[in-house]
Design a protein around this ligand. Sequence first.
Ligand code: ADP
Length: 473
Amino acid sequence: MSIKQRLLAFFAIVICIEGLTTFVLAKKATETQFRTYVFAGDAEKAKVYAGILGEYYIEHSGWEGLQPFLSEMPAFVFSMLDEKIKGDKGFSPASTYSYSTISALLSDRIAVADASGRIIADTSGKLLGTMHPAMHLAQGVPIMSDFRRIGTVLVGSMVDSTFTGANEQFLGQLVRSLTIAILVSTIIATLLGLALSMRITRPLAVLDGAARRIAGGDLSAIVPVSGRDEIASLSASFNTMSGELRRLDEAKRRIIADSAHELRTPVTLIRGTLEGMLEGVFPIDPDTIRSVYDETMRLSRLIDMLRELELIDSGELRLSLDDVDVLASLEKAAGLFRAQAGEKGITIEIGNGGADPISIRADILRFDEVLYNLIANAIKYSPRGGRILLSAEREGDSVMIRVDDSGSGIPIPERERVFERFYRMDKSRAQDSGGRGLGLSIAYEITKAHGGRIHIEDSPLGGASFVVTLPSA
Ligand code: ADP
């Protein structure tokens, strides 16, 4: 069952329950109110009848002949009216209104009980001679004579709970109007429910279509975002997801293309040199063989770096965390690179050597790798006779490790991009110095995997200052 069908079924059930409840409650309330209204009218009439009947009692010295009197009352009133109006105005109701019309006007059921509660007259004749329960008598109006209760008169609803002709008709009309009102509101509610369910399900159908396109490999799929509800938020998240997929796909393509390009260069060099040697163009001497060997070393270093990035990307890089003494690591790294730096007349100093130990929580091999990448770069991009300064300081819960150099520095717009894979600021120069544009990406990813970050500032030495921030131990 689709969401649309489920919503429609839900709306239909709710609307039916609501319609039925409203109908039952409104009908009951209307009937009760109407009964109260009719009873009030009957009570007024009963007071008038009580007066007439009191006089009847005195005139006849008792209730003798009351039943025929009551049954003939319409005829009596009719003839009285007829005579009175004809006499006054020369107009006869008898010529205009039939006897039945007048009797319909006087059609109230009237019952009279004597002082003992026995019904002595009833226009319908049904209760004649029966004892009327005191509880029901209490609803009637007492007939008084000489301050004495001589009987009780009950009119219409006081004696008969079923509605009479006109009242019945009125109530019927009211119930019909109520039914129509509920039917109309049910139809309107159903239409509104239909519109609402379509409003909810249409964007879902659009999202479904877009998701299918992505599943089919079309990453350009996006959906319109309208409003500020949950579906709009879902659509926006969908667009973010498809954007991220496009970005990843693009990055993947670029990395494959760049890797192929970077691998092709040393392979071409090796093949060219070997072909030259085979054809006798290049001499087969230790120098030529060494140049081929150097290229294979570059090639395997490049393959190692790609493999390492692949491990990081797939989340397979396992870190074995330990407390690492940063200053000891800086000393060790400086010692390792001093000879290489010395070839360019570059000095490596430790900023806060001999200070209190500063510890970080890190995988020592990976941390050393970051340091070696940064120091190798500092040597590579510093001029002859330059300076390199290694330092570390505590900063709250973190430790900041700095590698400063007196090289050319890195302009602000490039400071994010140098961490991208295969990105090199000055391609020809970097190529000359053997750079592949992967060292900083690896340093960046390793730092990130430790829950830290790496960024670039201006160094007081004039060049770049690479700042690695890692959690302290
Ligand atoms: P590469 O193998 O080219 O050095 P990296 O990822 O290590 O690759 O560095 C990316 C680029 O960042 C380098 O090509 C270089 O342009 C720039 N760079 C890195 N370190 C420094 C530095 N200390 N001073 C100036 N530029 C640097």
